[in-house]
Design a protein around this ligand. Structure first.
Ligand code: TYD
Length: 138
């Protein structure tokens, strides 16, 4: 079963010069999956949270492209909070991990690189069902 110990913040490749920075992510090179989809969350009202789900198969890299936020990961046994505030680091989230994204700073942009296209059937949206699934009860 998945563990939050398999989720980690990884440094991304960064080229710096006086005109600014560029960060590059290449599938199967800097992230351990082929990137099939990119989406980003923005204009998040103060106090709002996102996430509140887990995925059966999907792997993701979550990046604070601008601003900051907290990602709370939960494998059903343990929870860990990751504070993301740098565009040159990404949080790798493996399958079967419940996540909540909270405490977005004003103007934050949450960039997500995902291993697959959008499939609603890949989501766990009910926390109790998620816990039963990982305990092999359903
Ligand atoms: P959801 O993944 O629940 O958002 P978040 O984790 O940011 O809170 O998605 C919100 C809505 O957007 C939901 O109705 C599904 C839809 N959606 C797509 O249609 N395609 C996508 O690639 C994503 C990420 C979401």
């Amino acid at each position: 079963m998945s563990s939050i110990l398999d989720c980690k913040v990884i440094p991304l490749y960064k080229i710096h010069n006086r005109a600014g920075n560029i960060t590059i992510v290449e599938g199967k090179k800097n992230v351990p999956f082929e990137v099939k989809r990119i989406y980003y969350l923005y204009d998040i009202p103060g106090g709002e949270g996102r996430g509140g789900h887990a995925h059966r198969e999907l792997r993701q890299l979550i990046v604070a492209a601008s601003g900051s936020f907290n990602v709370i990961l939960d494998d059903g046994k343990d929870k860990k909070t990751f504070y993301l505030n740098r565009p040159d680091y990404g949080l790798l989230v493996v399958p079967c991990i419940w996540r909540e994204l909270v405490d977005f700073s004003s103007g934050a942009i949450c960039l997500v690189l995902a291993s697959d296209i959008y499939k609603e059937e890949d989501y766990f949206r009910n926390y109790d069902f998620f816990l039963k699934y990982i305990d092999n009860e359903v």
